[in-house]
Write a protein that binds this ligand. Structure first.
Ligand SMILES: NC(=O)c1ccc[n+]([C@@H]2O[C@H](COP(=O)([O-])OP(=O)(O)OC[C@H]3O[C@@H](n4cnc5c(N)ncnc54)[C@H](O)[C@@H]3O)[C@@H](O)[C@H]2O)c1
Ligand SMILES: [Zn+2]
Length: 391
């Protein structure tokens, strides 16, 4: 009999096994990271990745007032691919379930279908929020990241960790949902202020310390160019960050193993952000300070050569990042930082995880750093007379 359609035939045997049924599903995600200094090439890459699909563009108001937004929406319109655009208020305060709900509402009114694509245009706030919305809407629709901050280009746009914040904790409501593509255009950084640039560089230094001495040398040699987004250094920086992060994430995309070197600097970093109320101290700044503390604990234990610890501190200083307590925009009391760490320790059954560098490219992940060790390291960043060679 001739049929017009798609036949699906199965003969699944009757299962009579009394034991538990084991179910295994594997999932493979593949995507491209494009890095270019040419806005036309970036737009072409977006069109190529869309491959004829329609797109809904989600951004925030600061970015909506910048040229990349007009260029993108105009191009999509010209190709008849623009489903709609929306801009939410800027800043970490928008990374909430309320914003996500508003976006889900908007998508449903837009009739976004599963084969359409969401484009996240903005910094890490937009990328994280939109990625989570994309993971939830219709159980997952594709999204393309077009990161517009250096932090998002070297970090947040890659890896598929998506989340919004909850009153009780940052990134509490989230998922793993890989983007369909990442398109980083370096000219988008032209309007970024210098503090945001430094914060982005902190996440690049993190990758260098944990995974690539060569990358560390590169950032050291080109610090000034990188602070000013000069080419070709910035292009190399962003490209290499994509390669390093995707390799590290690829080993454990769903974070089954929580012993992750990518958390270097984030233990104390998060405590600083919590005690200062997520705002005055940028994430990258808190991480920079956290890296100094972790390196110092490692040095104090005799695990890290003092010269390497100094090298890390010097590089962060050269990148205008805080390495001393008073250099943080809001100086948190040491006891408050320790209390915040104590809370994490409590949640984690008494252990606090630290990523300690042993040398560039090698880390040791430990659970036994004591409060006294952290206090001593924090105090050393308040001392007036630092050892020679330290900023
Ligand atoms: N998912 C991940 O793996 C991951 C990794 C690191 C950070 N993050 C998240 O990223 C967020 C921080 O990202 P961020 O630093 O990009 O913050 P952000 O998105 O809030 O952007 C920082 C500031 O830059 C402005 N801005 C954005 N693009 C601009 C441009 N081209 N020119 C001028 N100004 C511009 C924004 O309006 C904002 O004021 C945090 O929520 C953090 O948790 C996620
Ligand atoms: Zn981070």
């Amino acid at each position: 009999m001739a049929v017009n359609g798609h036949i699906v035939r199965d003969r699944i045997p009757l299962s009579t096994t009394p034991s538990a049924l084991q179910v295994t599903h594997e999932r493979q995600d593949t995507y491209r990271i494009h890095v270019t200094a040419d806005p036309h090439k970036a737009l072409q890459a977006i069109l190529d990745e869309l491959d004829g699909r329609r797109a809904a563009v989600i951004t925030e108001r600061t970015v909506a007032a910048l040229p990349p937004y007009d260029d993108l929406t105009r191009t999509l319109q010209q190709h008849g691919l623009l489903l709609g655009t929306i801009a939410v208020p800027p800043g970490e305060r928008s990374k909430t379930l309320d914003t996500a709900y508003l976006l889900l509402d908007w998508l449903s009114q837009l009739d976004l279908a599963r084969r359409d694509v969401i484009i996240a245009l903005g910094g890490g706030m937009i990328i994280d929020t939109v990625g989570w919305v994309a993971s939830a809407y219709m159980r997952g629709v594709p999204y393309i990241n077009v990161p517009t901050t250096l932090l998002a280009q070297v970090d947040a746009a890659i890896g598929g960790k998506v989340a919004v914040d909850h009153n009780s904790a940052k990134n509490l409501v989230g998922a793993f949902h890989q983007p369909r593509a990442v398109i980083s255009c370096l000219t988008h950084l032209d309007t970024l202020d210098t503090r945001q640039t430094s914060a982005g560089l902190a996440e690049a230094v993190k990758k260098a310390v944990i995974a690539s001495p060569e990358y560390f040398d590169f950032i050291e040699t080109h610090a000034d160019d990188l602070l000013h987004h000069r080419l070709p250094a910035t292009e190399t920086l962003v490209r290499a960050a994509g390669a390093i992060k995707s390799q590290l994430v690829g080993r454990d995309p769903y974070e089954n193993d929580l012993r992750r070197p990518l958390n270097f600097g984030h233990t104390v970093g998060h405590a600083v952000e919590t005690t200062t109320g997520y705002g005055p101290v940028l994430h990258g700044e808190a991480v920079a300070y956290g890296m100094v503390i972790a390196a110092d604990i490692s040095r104090a234990r005799g695990l890290l050569d003092p010269a390497t610890a100094d090298r890390i501190t010097h590089l962060l200083t050269a990148l205008n990042l805080p390495v001393r307590l008073h250099q943080l925009r809001a100086e948190p009391p040491i006891d408050d930082v320790l209390a915040a760490l104590g809370k994490i320790r409590q949640i984690r059954d008494g252990s606090l995880r630290f990523v300690l560098p042993l040398e560039l490219g090698t880390t040791l992940i430990v659970d036994d750093v004591t409060e006294d060790e952290v206090r001593a390291a924090l105090l050393r960043t308040t001392a007036d007379d630092l050892p020679a060679g330290r900023p």
